[in-house]
Design a protein around this ligand. Sequence first.
Ligand code: FAD
Ligand code: SF4
Length: 467
Amino acid sequence: MPDMSNKKYEANEQPADIRRHNFKEVTLSYDKETAIKEANRCLNCKTRPCVSGCPVNVNIPEFIEAVAKGDLKQAYYIITKTNTLPAVCGRVCPQELQCESKCVRGIKGESVAIGRLERFVADYFRENYQIEVPKIDKSSDKVAILGAGAAGLTCASDLAKKGYDVTVFEAMHVAGGVLVYGIPEFRLPKAIVQNEIDGLVKLGVKIETNMVIGKSYSIDDLLEMNYKAVFVGTGAGLPAFLNIDGENLNGVFSANEYLTRINLMKAYKEDSSTPIMKSKKVAVVGGGNVAMDAARCAIRMGADEVHIIYRRSEKEMPARVEEIEHAKQEGIIIDILTNPVQIIGDENGWVTGILCAKMELSEPDESGRRRPVTIKDSNFLINLDTVIIAIGTSPNPLIKNTTKGLDVNKKGCIVSNEQTGATSKIGVFAGGDTVTGAATVIGAMGAGKKAAEAIDEYIRNGCKNEQ
Ligand code: FAD
Ligand code: SF4
């Protein structure tokens, strides 16, 4: 008999007043006993609605059934048939909008905690077993993957399992993309990302770091070097700015720079070679996951007061509900219906404040969200020493500027076929944030998977007609 309790079993969390002073993980994994209880809430539905909500089609009822039986090794192998990065997805996927939103248990109560179970299985496997590398028939056909983020790593993994000779070219000195330089340690420990990357290396994937494609080699060079196909998964790392006065002052950061210094370069450690200023009062502009992460990092770096400035209401905030709640619990102040007008500085070029206007919401705009309109004569000043801008990113134009015949859209995103990732250039496929603009980890992984299938077909077809 399934467990018919209407609520998910809770996962432990570090208390807010403690975690706001450290970078350790906020939410803890289930223990085995709780995971089995939660798995028993699953009805093992024949129609499997939850699977339709998963962009990489994890066989959710089957893995949960294995958890319920206590067969955690089997559960892990079921998940990893379609998901290369389960410990990552179990932590950062917006399950409430995906698999869990389709779960029938959600009709009368809370859905099954699919994300927590996925994370538990991945963590349990990592702590108790060694990955068994499957026997692969190797081919001599080479494929180049540009970018070692979620999209590139997934594509690389699937192609390596099919036997291809795969090399990932990564611009940074470490692999992982946003998973290592963007999402903070307290949401996604870097050792976990590294463990998943080590699994790929065991599959035979070669990762070449410090290789900026467009500078070290161009895509055309790679095709001439006998790579049969190229997958572009270079993300959307170019930050957008507000274009208001004062953005060049000292103490104004893009969220990208701020988070990279803290997460990748470990600026919170005393001996870090890439320090970051110790702020007293900080404003983060934006309402997405990136803004929440920047604000929560600022509090952990010792700021006395951190504000999030967002021009719509909380309902329209794109960040995950869980992240907004965590931010509030940690003492972050959310100033909704507020829009920056000017950043103010002193005679030495340092930020001293941000001038903001009050907003109200009118009719929905093209994004479907109600348009914010400035309330006349509502300007007010917040005194502070740091401003972090987290209002979005777009792809770096380097790839476009150095590749003949590669089409991009008005936003600078590579145009590619949604089903195959095929671009306007023969032999070149693309997916993830470089195609969609800033989106989700699982979306990028889904695109990497589809492209791997299409690349395999393209190469087996004699490198023609991939469309
Ligand atoms: P990336 O992860 O950006 O990887 C691209 C890689 O390509 C990078 O390593 C980059 O260095 C490399 N590269 C770029 N140019 C070149 C070049 N010319 N040559 C070689 N390499 C190059 N999503 C969620 O689902 N849940 C979340 O909670 C969440 N939180 C987020 C928090 C932050 C702070 C950020 C920034 C994003 C967050 N996202 C979240 C979004 C998610 O992380 C991304 O959508 C996803 O990781 C994109 O993967 P990708 O592989 O397309 O790109
Ligand atoms: Fe289990 Fe929910 Fe999926 Fe049904 S929809 S199989 S209850 S996880």
